[in-house]
Design a protein. Structure first.
Lengths: 320, 321
């Protein structure tokens, strides 16, 4: 069911409407909130939620007899309305980063009202999943991010069926982010990051979609009477096991690897060339064995810029 | 004056990108105090950059004609986000990063984060007091004011009294400040005054003059300068706490047609403006002052969504006129 949470009159046009979609299986008492579109150019999350809305509508209509709704699921597919409408990460009118606007204010400016409405409608959920892409100029392999997870949260993260679970160190700006507000509200929550801004990767979206469906089945929000697929294995990486690789020179970065692959110590990730002459200025090498989780996607680089993040020394293999 | 580079990297085209400061040292002996002025963290906030220009010009003249006047050190960082200033954008354009949201715990490895850390190190090493100069966004214009987070008020209010600002606003802490220069320098026990004045992308001569006089007065008050050249008295600002600050917001979306003036003292019920519906040709809302006081923030951008901030009014203390 589609529901309008907030109607925002505009100064000279039709109002903007913030909507959510929700389904109530009603039996198990637990609930999941899924949010995407905090930034207007994070499109993978939007596509995944679009597919989930269709799938859950079909379950509700009886089109998938093996599946049955048993809990409450709600999806907020497009939060930053102005940004999405303009194809930019932030809305052009105020340029406020929506994911630095939480907890928001119901009586505040438009961005604050949207943030407050999303939080008010999601903070009583049992679980929260936020879908994002990487930072500007980078690409992320699909992975789960969690903040100070306990044993149970780590274990449950494995049911999202993504191969990498990554512990994130809280930054000073974290308090203004939705995921932090969910942690404060005691949701069991995860951030799923995949791909890069302004682009859609169908394979990554498939993995996120099937992972979230598996999570809903595991948590009992959706009952499945068929044979579950092999979940594969997930590896958990602590924040201290991350290595950021920097350029020593400015120029043109040519990657030779793709995100989501395991690298060996000394393996070439790519090289930096002089922007004009094309002369190789440096090789970027893996400092140790690890999983390439983030890679520079925009080729023009400054001196001393990060070009890759490597997750090293996996500390545990799912199941823990 | 000594020009010093505190951060330098190569851009992709090979050009250097440098953050520089202009330093004026004590004529002899140890400095009485070391004061730094910081401007241009946001590239569209030009009031602070203009103020730094005036300060550098004044200090160069003083150094040439009256070098013994320098009892302390002054460091001026006039343009700390050069690419954003070159593009007149709030954020560092290539990275889309806010340079004043990069500090605090574990804020990543991006170039803006690294530049911010090095700038913070430089300020901490060479300052006893920092003045961090900002303008408002594109929507609002502000009277010169010093904004102070409550936990730092005991140290900062006595300094702010000598800045020539119209207002000192003491407000509660909020998470949004935890990654800023002002908050982190104050936490590091470097008293830092955060100044808001004017509106972005513009320079108001009168405000600029007022702030320049105030900052020169501050340098004299702190014993950094000992001269009568350029020294003026600064009137004490209104000191208000958040309970005395009344925000007037739009109840309807539309165009805000302003009737109030920045710096005006209004009485309760005085008209401040109207929000009009341009599609219907109707007045959607008449805006009146909810309290008597000083208009210190005024909306300049007419486009207003519901909830948009239109006016801030500071209610005077009972002891203030």
């Amino acid at each position: 069911m589609k529901e309008t949470l907030l109607t925002l009159p505009t100064p000279v046009g039709d109002p903007l409407e913030l909507v959510k979609f929700h389904w109530d299986g009603g039996k198990n008492g637990e609930s999941l909130s899924l949010v995407s579109g905090l930034h207007g150019d994070h499109l993978n999350g939007l596509l995944v939620n679009q597919r989930l809305i269709r799938f859950l509508d079909e379950i509700a209509a009886g089109a998938h007899p093996d599946y049955q709704l048993a809990g409450r699921v709600q999806i907020f597919p497009a939060v930053n309305l102005h940004a999405l409408a303009s194809g930019q990460p932030t809305g052009p009118f105020d340029n406020l980063d929506m994911d630095l606007a939480f907890p928001g204010s119901l009586g505040g400016e438009a961005t604050e009202r949207i943030a407050a409405a999303v939080l008010a409608h999601s903070s009583d959920s049992t679980y929260g999943i936020l879908l994002k892409s990487s930072a500007t100029h980078y690409e992320d392999a699909p992975h789960v991010q969690c903040f100070h997870p306990d044993h149970w949260e780590r274990k449950l993260a494995g049911h999202l069926n993504l191969s990498v679970i990554r512990e994130i160190r809280p930054a000073a700006t974290l308090r203004q982010q939705l995921i932090y507000q969910w942690v404060v509200a005691d949701l069991l929550c995860y951030l799923l990051s995949a791909g890069r801004p302004g682009a859609v990767d169908s394979d990554m979206c498939d993995r996120l979609f099937s992972g979230i469906v598996a999570f809903m089945v595991k948590t009992g929000l959706v009952k499945f009477s068929g044979t579950p697929a092999d979940p594969g294995k997930s590896e958990y990486y602590r924040a201290r096991e991350e290595h950021t690789l920097f350029t020593a020179h400015a120029g043109w970065f040519l990657p030779e690897v793709v995100v989501g692959t395991g690298l060996k110590k000394g393996q070439r990730l790519g090289e930096v060339r002089d922007l004009f002459r094309g002369v190789t200025l440096e090789e970027i090498l893996a400092p140790k064995d690890g999983m390439l989780i983030t890679l520079r996607s925009y080729p023009v680089v400054y001196e001393k810029e990060p070009v890759a993040t490597l997750l090293a020394e996996r500390s545990g293999i799912w199941p823990f | 004056m000594q020009t010093e580079t505190l951060f330098s990297i190569r851009t992709p085209t090979g050009q250097p990108l440098r953050i520089r400061r202009q330093s004026f040292y004590a004529h002899k002996g140890n400095p009485s105090k070391r004061v730094s002025f910081l401007a241009g963290l946001h590239g569209d906030e030009l009031e602070g950059v203009a103020l730094c220009h005036r300060l550098i010009r004044y200090l160069r003249g003083l150094e040439a004609g009256e070098p013994e006047a320098f009892l302390g050190e002054v460091h001026v960082y006039p343009a700390v986000n050069p690419q954003a200033l070159g593009a007149a954008t709030r954020l560092w354009p290539f990275f889309g990063s806010d340079m004043n949201r990069q500090l605090g715990e574990k804020n990543g490895h991006s170039l803006p984060a690294e530049a911010s850390r090095q700038l913070q190190d430089s300020l901490q090493r060479s300052s006893d007091i920092v003045v961090d100069l900002h303008a408002s966004n594109l929507h609002l214009k502000e009277l010169p004011q010093i904004r102070i987070v409550e936990e730092f008020d005991r140290k900062l209010i006595p300094l702010a009294q000598h800045t020539g600002a119209d207002l000192i606003w003491v407000h509660p802490a909020s998470g949004i400040f935890e990654s800023t220069f002002g908050y982190n320098l104050n936490r590091a026990k470097i008293p830092t005054l955060v100044v808001e004045a004017g509106i972005c992308l513009r320079i108001d001569d009168a405000l600029s003059e007022q702030m320049f006089d105030g900052m020169v007065h501050l340098l004299h008050h702190l014993g950094v300068l000992a001269t009568q050249t350029g020294a003026t008295a600064a009137k004490p600002p209104h000191l208000v706490h958040s309970s005395q600050v009344h925000q007037v917001q739009a109840g309807r979306a539309g165009l805000f047609l302003c009737q109030a003036r920045l710096g005006q003292t209004v009485q309760e019920g005085d008209p401040l403006g109207t929000v009009v519906d341009p599609l219907r040709g109707e007045v959607a809302e008449a805006i009146a002052a909810p309290v008597a006081g000083l208009v210190f923030t005024l909306r300049e951008h007419p486009l207003a969504y519901e909830g948009a901030l239109l006016v801030r009014i500071a209610q005077p203390n009972r002891s203030q006129p």
